[in-house]
Structures are given as C-alpha cells and as structure tokens.
Design a protein around this ligand. Sequence first.
Ligand SMILES: C[S@@+](CC[C@H](N)C(=O)[O-])C[C@H]1O[C@@H](n2cnc3c(N)ncnc32)[C@H](O)[C@@H]1O
Length: 251
Amino acid sequence: MTDSLATIYGIGVGPGDPLLLTLRGAAVLREVGAVLAPRSAEDRDSLALAIARPHLPADCAVLEAVFPMTEQRAVLEQAWEDAARELIAVAAAGRPAAFLTLGDAMLYSTWSYLLAAVLRLRPDATVVTVPGITAMSACAAAVGQPLAEGRAPLLIWPDEPPASLDALTALAPNIVFMKAARHLDALADAVETLGADAVAVRRCSLPDQAVTRDLRAWEAGRSYFTTVLVHVDPTPPTPSPAGRGGEKESK
Ligand SMILES: C[S@@+](CC[C@H](N)C(=O)[O-])C[C@H]1O[C@@H](n2cnc3c(N)ncnc32)[C@H](O)[C@@H]1O
C-alpha cells in the first residue's frame, strides 16, 4: 500500500507578463510546497519561473529541470520521467507540487508528457491542469489583429513552413507559426510568394517585446520566443447563378 499524494498541478503561466497569469494559477501557486520549472539548457534561466516568481510564497521550494532541445525520444523520455519523479516526491511528502509551463499547459507543452509520466508512475495521483493564456493570444492582442473571425478556420503550424503556403492557406486563411525563429527566411519567402500579410512578435508581453513585418530582419538575432501570424484574404465567393441555391430559401 502506497501513501496518498497531495495534488500535482501543471500550470500554464501565460506568455511572459506575470499579470497574464490567471487568478486560478496564482491561487494555486500560493498553496504549493514546490514548483518545478523547465529550462532548455543548464545555462539558461527559466522564463516560466520568472513569470511565476512574484506569485510564490517565501517558503516554496524551487526545483529546476533541464529538458534538452533534442528530438531523441529516449533522452526526452528520461527527462520527463525524472521530472515526474520529482513532482511525485514533493506530493508524497504531503505538499502540492506544480510544474510551470509557458502559455497554456495543453498546447505544445512539456506538461502533457509529464502528466502522462506521473500517471504512469502513480495511477492513483490527483493531477490537475490549470490553463493559461497562449502566446498566440497575447501576440494577436499585441498587434491588434484577430487570430480568426467569423467562420474562417485557424491553423497552428509548429514547424518549418512548406516551400509554398498554398496547401496551408487552402485549409485556413489564418495561420499561426509557432517555434518560428529557425525558419524566418523561409517563411519570408513563402509569405512573399503568396502575397500574404505576416507579422512576427518576439518576447510578447515582456518589457523587450518587439514586432516586425520584415521577417528577414530578425534572422540574425533569433529568439526562441517568436511567433508569426499570417493572414490571407479569402477568395471572394463566386456568385451563385440565380435560382441555384445562391439565395436564402424563403418560407
Ligand atoms: C513549446 S511552444 C509553447 C507554447 C505555449 N504552451 C503556448 O500556449 O503558447 C514555444 C513557442 O511558443 C511561442 N511563444 C512562447 N512565448 C512567447 C512569447 N512571449 N512571445 C512570442 N512567442 C512566444 C513561440 O513560438 C515559441 O517558439
């Protein structure tokens, strides 16, 4: 028989400004015994921790875990399992534990893998996810441009853009390119070919937030925290021939 665990939380801390952390996230942070913050390398500070810090009580332990920027599944799985064990150890000692993650916890976040790892190790654990404001929401707000309107779909693309954006814009006139820093030149080419509107936002909601429509200008000073919003004007609908269903049915 194993001891019961305190709750384990995954908290989406928002895009950068501590004021964009939700009230619920802040309330949970006031109760936890420890937070676990992600870092991408030993020598990099955790932005998620910087966002959460103003909300942490003085006696809250701060743990940090390195999640390498690699696609080697075995390396990542080991990192997720190690982090899950750290959260479980805090919860087993009787204090709630929280993993901090940027933006929303369920959108391209390490949290989803940790959540699975925690439940694999301790199926009896109570695990709660606290949603957060996504980076793309903050970017749209920063540039005063909607992510999507009416019935127009929105596509989120977290990878290198295809050489032609036609296949993507056929699906949706609004595309959010996340993890865009590595691909700014390619994105600039594709956007120009298409004649689309594109705006890049870097370190949104942070004091050094920057916005540009010249994507190539940022190729040199890359920041991982870069999102590009692309919009194409949808083709106007072809007028339907009279009497072929183009008008609303009258009753
Ligand atoms: C692993 S994803 C995390 C997404 C996050 N969970 C969310 O809900 O927004 C990382 C990407 O999010 C975007 N991002 C995160 N914070 C950002 C910020 N403050 N400004 C602009 N983009 C940001 C960037 O595209 C970055 O490469």
